[in-house]
Design a protein around this ligand. Structure first.
Ligand SMILES: Cc1cc2nc3c(=O)[nH]c(=O)nc-3n(C[C@H](O)[C@H](O)[C@H](O)COP(=O)(O)OP(=O)(O)OC[C@H]3O[C@@H](n4cnc5c(N)ncnc54)[C@H](O)[C@@H]3O)c2cc1C
Length: 498
């Protein structure tokens, strides 16, 4: 049987993709070579923009009980302990309801996504390893191996979410440009410790080429990050890890009671030359690998999935296939920027149509923008701010039924949202003909002052704002006529749109 999408890899990227496709009713399978979900804490910072994505997908209520805010740093300098703030706390505002990075071990983030996928009727097929794939004009044939032996899965599209060593990427012969520094190694482990306070992320700064951090995790463990000297043996035996921890903390009474998971990490900075080969796509670490500083790797992968999910859903429903080209065009420059690759390396991969996303506060990923990209070309003239390609911020609103809610309440779900304010815009919005196939349209007619909305969106008179399913602005106008609005977003819609 031909399915629509085969996702290879059930880390955060693959699970986000599976969750989004499940709510779109796309026939999907998710396979993973591992026996079960990844047990380590690894990426532990979930950024504000990812929290918005998780809010939309229904994952946030499941993640919140498993996570905390980041504690301050406690820097150990001999007998001194200095308190430092690494992650500044932000206040909730009308446009940013989830302003702070959450500390969530990767196993907790993945578990929240799996739980949501299960609520939507999906499940991961573990112990199922992709060996190879082939594609033709109609679809992809993937050869997988598991307890059942070797089998083939036929799918219209294949999404490689299979991490940095991606078999999908290799099979598609997509180069992975960048560097791996073999001399720079770090032990990352989850440990139970006795004798260390849990109100700080403890840091022991450089010590003869080594460095150690112990970050309290929400479930009572600590995440150990221990940078090795080039001449240190890479010994992951519990006794060796305990010995190095004791060497750092000196004569204190800290005791390593249990090591739950450990790994050796090397900084890899790589970017796939392409994110797509016809019917095959790369998302997450399969497309870009990061150093851990800044907590961007997992977050960038989640947002890759969120960008591609609705586009696959739309093309499967009959939208122009060129919509799928916009995935690489929108997401690859973001990863290049996040990776901090030099412009020369990136220039070798071809010129980007994007003017680039805004700088400043980038780690929270709220200011990332697709402005100037292929889905927002020629849209920059509106006087409104934000504009086409930008993240659609939240705002408190009063809708036509007099209900007070937020824009994010209206965005939640797999649909496009058309927000209209002012009588001309409201009547234009009511006339917009929307295709019956693919993602639906939710119309939000604002009545009354809605001052906060006007301020946040820069709308003084009439305003019509069409928001994509992934929460970016598709088009922003001051009213206009319905056909012109649909004309501007025709590339995102199945053909039956008028
Ligand atoms: C030791 C370590 C520490 C890290 N620390 C940080 C950090 O502090 N901050 C940060 O932001 N990022 C960190 N990262 C990176 C972060 O973990 C990744 O960015 C994130 O896991 C990427 O998610 P993903 O879903 O794309 O891939 P992964 O989480 O790697 O998931 C890939 C999945 O694909 C499966 N798979 C692989 N090959 C196949 C196959 N052939 N067939 C079927 N399934 C397959 C794997 O079993 C796995 O479940 C760290 C990574 C490592 C290795």
């Amino acid at each position: 049987m031909m399915i629509d999408v085969l996702i290879v890899g059930a880390g955060a990227s693959g699970l986000t993709m599976a969750t989004d496709l499940a709510r779109r009713g796309v026939r999907t399978r998710v396979v993973d070579a591992a026996e079960a979900g990844f047990p380590g804490s690894r990426a532990k910072g979930v950024q504000p923009r990812t929290l918005e994505v998780f809010d939309d997908l229904g994952v946030l209520p499941l993640l919140q009980p498993r996570s905390t805010l980041y504690p301050p740093l406690g820097v150990h300098l001999g007998p001194l302990r200095l308190r430092r703030t690494m992650i500044k706390l932000h206040k909730v505002t009308e446009d940013v309801p989830h302003p702070n990075t959450l500390l969530s071990p990767q196993y907790a983030t993945d578990a929240s996504l799996r739980q949501r996928l299960s609520e939507l009727g999906g499940a991961v097929e573990y112990n199922t390893r992709l060996l190879s794939h082939e594609q033709d004009v109609d679809g992809v044939t993937a050869t997988v191996e598991g307890a059942f032996g070797v089998d083939q899965i036929h799918a219209r599209y294949l999404v490689g979410a299979d991490g940095g060593g991606s078999v999908v990427r290799r099979g598609a012969k997509i180069p992975f440009e960048g560097t791996t520094d073999e001399s720079d190694r770090m032990i990352v482990a989850d440990v139970t410790l006795n004798g260390l306070s849990r109100d700080r992320w403890h840091i022991w700064p450089r010590n003869a080429g080594r460095f150690m951090g112990l970050c309290p995790l929400p479930d009572g463990k600590f995440q150990l990050m221990l940078k090795l000297r080039p001449d240190d043996p890479a010994d992951l035996a519990p006794e060796a890890i305990e010995r190095m921890v004791r060497e750092f903390v000196g004569g204190t009474k800290i005791e390593v009671a249990e090591i739950h998971w450990s790994s050796l990490w090397r900084p890899n900075i790589r970017l796939a030359e392409h994110y797509r080969s016809a019917r095959v796509f790369l998302i997450g670490d399969a497309a870009h690998v990061h150093p851990p500083a800044g907590g961007q790797g997992l977050n960038t992968g989640v947002q890759d999935a969120y960008n591609l999910g609705w586009k696959l859903g739309q093309v499967l429903a009959g939208a122009p296939k060129a919509l799928l080209d916009t995935y690489e065009a929108e997401r690859q420059p973001i990863a290049a920027r996040v990776l901090g690759l030099s412009t020369e390396v990136y220039a070798r991969m071809g010129d980007s149509p994007l003017a680039g996303s805004k700088r400043g506060d980038e780690e929270r990923q709220l200011s990332l923008s697709y402005r100037g990209g292929p889905l927002a070309l020629g849209e920059a003239n509106s006087s409104m701010a934000p504009n086409a390609g930008d993240r659609a911020p939240d705002a408190p609103i009063t809708d036509a039924a007099g209900r007070a809610k937020t824009l994010f309440d209206a965005f939640r779900g797999p649909h496009f949202t058309l927000v209209a304010i002012g009588s001309r815009a409201v009547s234009t919005a009511a006339e917009v003909a929307w295709p019956s196939q693919g993602a639906g349209l939710v119309r939000v007619h604002l009545v009354g002052q809605n001052d906060a909305f006007r301020r946040i969106y820069g709308v003084s008179g009439d305003g019509l704002i069409l928001v994509r399913p992934d929460g970016y602005i598709a088009a922003a106008t001051d009213g206009g006529d319905p056909a012109s609005l649909i004309g501007r977003v025709g590339a995102m819609l199945p053909a039956s749109a008028s």
